[in-house]
Each structure stands twice: as structure tokens, then as C-alpha cells.
Design a protein around this ligand. Structure first.
Ligand code: SF4
Length: 448
């Protein structure tokens, strides 16, 4: 078995390298001051790598300036260019960034053209020592892959394999792969299938793990802990990102709790989660209360999700209890965890992107307001997405979507269809609720 260790200019990824933590700026990449400041803040908090949205040549030039700024300030962590569609932008970004994140399937509609563009990118990356992340997200699979394999975890894994095979053919091994989804079961299944395929072919590329569009607050943290934890507990994963619709620095704190839970400090790179301890808890069917195990509320809820979430997700347990009388908060943790593990749905399911340089409105504020006004809608899947370019694809199977559409304008989606366009932002949440309410009335009338 060939085990690949990638390297983003100094940061080793995969094989026996320590688990790396990454985040992404939510600043405008062309705002050099804010982006550089956010990278340095993330690095101070413990980020090993930071990604910036790099959608065009202008952003590539800004990235070069940002890089110079942070290097001059003494920060040497790798900077990753997040390029979605254009192979030309990816090629230019590969000359500047330490790593580029792309989905080669988006380079062209025609597969042969996409392969040609990917091959060109590989040549530039070889020349400049730049790493590549092949980032394939559920909800944004190309038409060809969906026709061949369906919009499924298997489709995600096979799409990734096509590009990894091409890396092998081109003798390029500085690559990492990710298969993110907001649904934790889809995400975990996709990575496991990919691992099986890679093993069958005798080559293991490093894996970057993340639950995408996880939202914020307790539920965002728990979803990430369940998905990432289910894989790390089986020794799968080399870098992680906890995507939150919050300040990127907050992602680092949560990611560190996850990393430390699984990392054997005597032997970095080896996970030493004490399964006996878990076994003891499970045999007793209970875990100690907050305070006996952790130093903060966040640490408690993340560890709690890491302890039981993967077991719930894999259906190894159906339920659990916490020692002593149940507080309201603990009951809430439990309901959130059952939903994050996709075992029991008792509240709305929120899908929200973390925001990036493409976001032109206060995503966190709007998302919190949408949550506040829809908290009664049990079982309804509501997405709040930063941009119209990637938002509609990435919100996957949401029932309704609030999608930023340029400055101060919003598109409202029902499923995959935009039902209202260019809604002024001040009215957009009202319009979203009108549509949900009128659908619910129509449903009731239909049932009667
Ligand atoms: S969906 Fe959100 S995170 Fe993704 S590109 Fe658009 S604004 Fe950025």
C-alpha cells in the first residue's frame, strides 16, 4: 500500500503527520488589511492552514499581497486558494498559493476538457511545489457523475477516484481529497467508500474532513463533531475544518477540542481515543455531568457529541442517558445530538454556509434571525447561503433556501427552484416565511 504524504509548502499532511486544523477567511479577499488580519488571528488561535476565496484573477493578485503581508509579519502557515470553477484562475492561483482547492469536475462541462485543464493545473503545481485539494461536495456533483452514479455518497467517492487516478497517472502525489456534505451520514459514508476504493487500488491519499454548511452554535458544533468524530475514531482523516457560520476563529477552538480528543500527545499522528473508557460509559449507559469531564460548556458539548454521536450515527447504540436529573440544557443537548446523528428529528434542520469572500451580507445575523423565527418548524430543512454562485448547489436537499444575490438582494428557493428573485434584504425573511406558511396551508388543505 502506498501511503501519500502531501505537503503544502512546509505543512505535512497525511501518513504520520499530526492532524492539521484549517479554517477559511470570511473577508473579501480584495480587502487586504482585513484578510491579513483574520489570517493572523486564526494562526494565533492555532490554525495550521487558512483558505481564502479566490474566484478571479483580481483575487489571485490580492492573495499575493496578503501572503506578502502575513509573511512579513512573521506568519508562515500555508495559504490555500479556494477556486471553484475556472481552471485558468486555478493555474494562476497555483503560482501564488501554497495549495489550491478545486473540484476539477467543474472546470468544463465536457469531461475530456476538464481532464485537460486538470492536467495543465498539475503541471503548474509540480513546477511551483503547490499542493492540490480535490474538494467534492455533496449537492455540487456534476451532471455526468450524477448520471453515472447518482447524487450519492458512492457518486462522490467515484468522482474523487477519477481525479486521484489522474494524479497517479501524471505522477503527482501532492494531493489531498475531501468529500463534504451537510448530512453527517452522507459525509461519513462517502469518506468510508473512498477509503475502500483507494485501498483496492493500493494508494492512500490524505483526507481533509468536514461537515459542510453545519450552521452555528451548539448544533453546528455537534454536527461537525459527529461527522468528523465518526471518521477520526476509525483513524480516518488527516486535516479537519469545523465549518461554522461564525467568526472563523471560533472554528479553531472547536477543532482543537476534536483534535485533542483523538490525538495521542506522546505520539502525534496516532489517535489514542480510549475506547475502554467509552465502553465503560456505554455499559453504564451514562456519562458524567458537565464539570467532571471538561473545563467549559463548549468542551463538554463537543466531547459529549464525540463520545456518543459516532455510535448513534453507526447505529451501535440507539439511546443514552446522562447521570442524575436532566436539566433543560442537557435535554436540549441530547435532542441536538440525536438530530446531528440523524437518528431523531425534533426541530428544524438548518443548513448554513460559513460565508466567505463572496458573501455580501451579514450572514451570521440573518441566519440567527431565520432560526429565531422558524424554530417551531419541526422537520423542515431551511438553508441560509451566502451567495447565488455556489449556494443553490451546496444547500443540497433543503426544503427552502435564503440565498444572497448580490448587494442587498436575496433569492428565495423552494427546493431547487428560485421562487422569488431580487427580494430586498429587509423583506426577505418575511417572504421566506410567507412561502413556508402558504405551503403548509396548502398541505393541510390537500390532506383534508
Ligand atoms: S455558498 Fe457561502 S461559503 Fe460557499 S462560496 Fe457562497 S458564500 Fe462562500
Amino acid at each position: 500500500m502506498k501511503i501519500i504524504e502531501a505537503c503544502a509548502k512546509g505543512l505535512r499532511i497525511g501518513a504520520n503527520a499530526p492532524l492539521a486544523i484549517q479554517t477559511m477567511c470570511n473577508t473579501d479577499t480584495n480587502d487586504i488589511d482585513s484578510s491579513a488580519a483574520q489570517i493572523m488571528e486564526a494562526a494565533d488561535a492555532g490554525a495550521d492552514m487558512v483558505r481564502l476565496t479566490t474566484q478571479g484573477i483580481r483575487e489571485v493578485k490580492s492573495l499575493a499581497q496578503i501572503k506578502e503581508r502575513v509573511r512579513n509579519a512573521g506568519y508562515h502557515l500555508p495559504l490555500v486558494a479556494d477556486v471553484h470553477f475556472s481552471s485558468q484562475v486555478a493555474i494562476e492561483a497555483a503560482k501564488v498559493a501554497d495549495k489550491v482547492r478545486i473540484n476539477p469536475g467543474n472546470f468544463a462541462k465536457e469531461h475530456t476538457l476538464a481532464k485537460k485543464a486538470f492536467s495543465e493545473l498539475i503541471s503548474v503545481c509540480k513546477e511551483h511545489g503547490t499542493a492540490i485539494r480535490i474538494g467534492i461536495n455533496h449537492g455540487s456533483l456534476g451532471e455526468r457523475i450524477i448520471n453515472l452514479y447518482g447524487d450519492t455518497p458512492a457518486g462522490m467517492a467515484r468522482a474523487a477516484m477519477e481525479w486521484l487516478r489522474m494524479c497517479v497517472e501524471e505522477n503527482f502525489f501532492n494531493a489531498v481529497v475531501s468529500l463534504k456534505a451537510s448530512n453527517t451520514v452522507v459525509m461519513v459514508t462517502a469518506y468510508r467508500l473512498l477509503l475502500e476504493e483507494m485501498k483496492r487500488e493500493g494508494i492512500l491519499f490524505p483526507l481533509h474532513l468536514g461537515v459542510t454548511e453545519a450552521g452555528n452554535g451548539d448544533t453546528g458544533r455537534m454536527k461537525s463533531a459527529v461527522g468528523i468524530g465518526a471518521l477520526l475514531s476509525c483513524n480516518i482523516g488527516d486535516t479537519i475544518r469545523v465549518s461554522l457560520t461564525e467568526n472563523p476563529v471560533n472554528e479553531i477552538y472547536t477543532a482543537k477540542i476534536i483534535r485533542d480528543y483523538f490525538t495521542d500527545t506522546d505520539s502525534p499522528g496516532h489517535y489514542a481515543h480510549d475506547m475502554k473508557t467509552v465502553g465503560d460509559y456505554i455499559s453504564k449507559g451514562e456519562i458524567p455531568k458537565y464539570g467532571m469531564l471538561c473545563n467549559s460548556r463548549e468542551e463538554y458539548l463537543v466531547k459529549y457529541a464525540l463520545l456518543f454521536g459516532p455510535l448513534l450515527l453507526d447505529r451501535k447504540i440507539d439511546d443514552f442517558k446522562i447521570e442524575g436529573p436532566f436539566s433543560e440544557e442537557e435535554a436540549d443537548f441530547k435532542e441536538n445530538l440525536l438530530q446531528a446523528s440523524r437518528r431523531k428529528f425534533t426541530r428544524p434542520e438548518y443548513i448554513a454556509c460559513p460565508g466567505c469572500g463572496r458573501t455580501l451580507y451579514n450572514l451570521e445575523e440573518v441566519f440567527n434571525e431565520v432560526k429565531r423565527r422558524t424554530s417551531h418548524l419541526k422537520g423542515v430543512k431551511i438553508a441560509v447561503m451566502g451567495c447565488i454562485v455556489n449556494g443553490p448547489g451546496e444547500m443540497a436537499d433543503a426544503d427552502y433556501g435564503y440565498v444572497g444575490e448580490g448587494a442587498s438582494k436575496v433569492a428565495i428557493y423552494r427546493g431547487k427552484e428560485p421562487v422569488l428573485r431580487s427580494v430586498p434584504q429587509e423583506e426577505a425573511i418575511d417572504r421566506l416565511l410567507d412561502i413556508i406558511e402558504s405551503d403548509s396551508k396548502a398541505d393541510k388543505t390537500g390532506r383534508n
